[in-house]
Design a protein around this ligand. Structure first.
Ligand code: HPA
Length: 307
C-alpha cells in the first residue's frame, strides 16, 4: 500500500474511532483549561450566536478571541454567516463568552460534537447560556423581524433517537434522566419580554414554541402545516441540542429566535425559503436583537444552582 493510501486509511479509522467514542471528561477539561490559561476573563454568561446574529460578538469590550480551528477539540464552523470564533470579553459590564457561529448536525457532526462547547462553558464557570437562532415563523401572526422568546421546544430529531445525551452518562455533568419541562428559565423570559417593552419594540416581541429539525433542507409545505398543528410557532435547525446539554449540566437557559422568514404554509404561495433571505433578515433586525441582549445582561442574577 502506498504511504498516502495508508495515511488516508489511518485518518478514516481515527475518524470512525472518534465517532464511536465521543468526548471524555478529560477532553472537556483540557479545552476549558487551555482557554482559561489564555485569558483572564472569567465569564458567567455564554452567548451562542445564530445565523446572521454574530455581530453581537463584535460588541464585546476587551476582547480575547480564538478561532475555532485553534482550540483543542473544537469542531469547525462550515456555514456562511457563522464566523467560527470564540470571543471572551465584557458586554454592558458583564463578563461573557460568545460563540460567533455554532455547529449543526447537518454539517455532519454528531450531536455530542455539536454541543461540545456547552460543557466546556460549564467547566470554565459559566452559569447562564443565551442561545439565539434564526427561525422560520410558523405562527401566522408572526412577522419577519419579530423576536420570539422561546418558552418551550419540540425536539423532532429526538423522536427518531437523535439526542446529544445518548451514550454513557457522566454523572459529573448531570443525571441520566434530566427533566426538560423547565428548560427555558421563566424569570429570564419575563425579563426579556419586559426589556423589549422598555426599549419600545414590544410589538416585535413574541413568546412561543421552537421546533428543531435536522435540516439542511427547508421544510415542505406539508411539514410546516404539520409542525404548526403540533403547537410549534417557529422552526429551525439548531439550538435544542445545546439547550438539552446545558440543562443536563445545570446551566440556566434563555433562548431567543429571530423570525427571518415566514414558513410557506399554503400551496398557492410561490415563495421559497433560502439562506440569503435568512441572513438579510438577520442584518435588518440585528440591531434590535443586539440591543435586547445587551440590555438584558445586567439584569441576570448569579445562578447559584450550578456549583
Ligand atoms: N426553516 C428552518 N430553519 C430556518 C428557517 C426555516 O424556515 N429560517 C431560518 N432557519
Amino acid at each position: 500500500m502506498s504511504p498516502p493510501a495508508a495515511e488516508t486509511q489511518k485518518q478514516e479509522s481515527n475518524r470512525k474511532e472518534e465517532a464511536r467514542r465521543g468526548y471524555t471528561y478529560e477532553d472537556y477539561k483540557h479545552t476549558a483549561e487551555w482557554l482559561l490559561s489564555r485569558t483572564e476573563h472569567r465569564p458567567t454568561i455564554a452567548i451562542v450566536c445564530g445565523s446572521g446574529l454574530g455581530g453581537l460578538g463584535d460588541l464585546l469590550k476587551d476582547q480575547v478571541a480564538f478561532s475555532y480551528g485553534d482550540i483543542p477539540n473544537f469542531p469547525h464552523s462550515t456555514v456562511p454567516g457563522h464566523a467560527g470564533r470564540l470571543i471572551f470579553g465584557n458586554l454592558n459590564g458583564k463578563p461573557c463568552v460568545c460563540m460567533q457561529g455554532r455547529f449543526h448536525s447537518y454539517e455532519g457532526y454528531p450531536l455530542w460534537k455539536v454541543t461540545f462547547p456547552i460543557r466546556v462553558f460549564r467547566l470554565i464557570g459559566v452559569q447562564t447560556v443565551i442561545v439565539t437562532n434564526a427561525a422560520g415563523g410558523l405562527n401566522q401572526d408572526y412577522k419577519v423581524g419579530d423576536i420570539m422568546v422561546i418558552m418551550d421546544h419540540i425536539n423532532m430529531p429526538g423522536f427518531a433517537g437523535q439526542n446529544p445525551l445518548i451514550g454513557p452518562n457522566d454523572d459529573r455533568f448531570g443525571p441520566r434522566f434530566p427533566p426538560m419541562s423547565d428548560a427555558y428559565d421563566k424569570g429570564l423570559r419575563k425579563i426579556a419580554l419586559a426589556i423589549g417593552q422598555e426599549l419600545g419594540f414590544s410589538e416585535k416581541m413574541r413568546e412561543g414554541v421552537y421546533c428543531s429539525l435536522g435540516g439542511p433542507n427547508f421544510e415542505t409545505i406539508a411539514e410546516c402545516r404539520f409542525l404548526n398543528t403540533l403547537g410549534a410557532d417557529a422552526v429551525g435547525m439548531s439550538t435544542v441540542p445545546e439547550v438539552i446539554v446545558a440543562r443536563h449540566c445545570g446551566l440556566r437557559v434563555l433562548g431567543m429566535s429571530l423570525i427571518t422568514n415566514k414558513a410557506v404554509m399554503d400551496y398557492s404561495n410561490e415563495a421559497t425559503a433560502n439562506h440569503e433571505e435568512v441572513l438579510q433578515a438577520g442584518k435588518d433586525s440585528a440591531r434590535y436583537f443586539e440591543k435586547l441582549v445587551t440590555s438584558l445582561l445586567p439584569r441576570i442574577e448569579p445562578n447559584n444552582n450550578v456549583f
